[in-house]
Ligand binder design. Structure first.
Ligand SMILES: [Fe+2]
Ligand SMILES: [Fe+2]
Length: 191
C-alpha cells in the first residue's frame, strides 16, 4: 500500500474507491429502499464509538481543569476506556471475518477498498494498545512517585487526540465504502 493511503496519512478515500459513494450520497442513505436493519445497527455501533471518544475527551478536560475529582475520573476512564477498547476489538473482528469477505466480492471496482479497511484495523491494533497503555499509566498513577499526575493526563491527552483523528478517518471511509455497497447489492448473506 502506498504511504498516502495509510490510515495515518489519508485524508479521504482515493478517487477510484469513490464511485459508489458518488452514486449513493450519504444524505440519501436512510430513504433508500435497501437501507436495512443491519446498516442501521452497524452505523449505530460507529455512533457509539464516536460518543465514547466524546466522553473520554470531555472527562479528560474536566479533570485537567480540576472540575472533576481524580478518583471519579479514574472510575470513568476505566469504564468508558475499557468499553471503547473491547468493543472496537470485537467490532473489527466481526468486520474482518464476516462482513468484509462478503462485501469485497460484490463490486470489483471497490473490492481492494476492503484490503485498505483491513489494514486500517491492523494499524488500529497498535493504536488501541497505545491507548490502553496511556490509560493504565493514569489509572495506576502512584502519588508517591516523582512524576506528576497532570503529566500523565497530558500524555493521555496526546494519545487520545491522535487516536480520535485516526478512528474518525477510519469510520468515515469505512461507512463510505460499506453502506453504498450494501445499498446497491443488498446481499442475501448480510440481511
Ligand atoms: Fe472497521
Ligand atoms: Fe466499523
Amino acid at each position: 500500500m502506498t504511504p498516502e493511503l495509510e490510515l495515518a496519512n489519508r485524508t479521504a478515500l482515493p478517487d477510484p474507491l469513490r464511485v459508489l459513494i458518488k452514486e449513493f450520497p450519504r444524505e440519501q442513505w436512510k430513504t433508500n429502499p435497501n437501507y436495512s436493519q443491519l446498516i442501521a445497527f452497524w452505523l449505530d455501533r460507529h455512533l457509539m464509538f464516536r460518543r465514547l471518544m466524546g466522553q473520554l475527551n470531555d472527562d479528560l478536560e474536566q479533570v485537567m481543569d480540576r472540575n472533576m475529582d481524580p478518583d471519579n475520573y479514574k472510575r470513568s476512564l476505566s469504564r468508558f476506556g475499557g468499553m471503547l477498547i473491547n468493543q472496537l476489538h470485537g467490532h473489527h473482528q466481526i468486520e474482518d471475518a464476516q462482513y468484509f469477505p462478503v462485501m469485497a466480492k460484490l463490486d470489483k471496482r471497490v473490492s481492494h477498498g476492503f484490503d485498505l479497511l483491513d489494514s486500517d484495523h491492523h494499524a488500529m491494533d497498535g493504536l488501541l494498545a497505545g491507548l490502553a497503555g496511556g490509560a493504565n499509566d493514569v489509572l495506576q498513577f502512584d502519588p508517591g512517585k516523582k512524576a506528576k499526575f497532570k503529566d500523565r493526563l497530558g500524555d493521555l491527552h496526546g494519545i487520545l487526540d491522535s487516536f480520535g483523528t485516526m478512528l474518525d478517518r477510519h469510520l468515515i471511509d469505512e461507512e463510505e465504502l460499506v453502506v453504498p455497497v450494501l445499498l446497491k447489492y443488498d446481499p442475501e448473506q448480510l440481511r
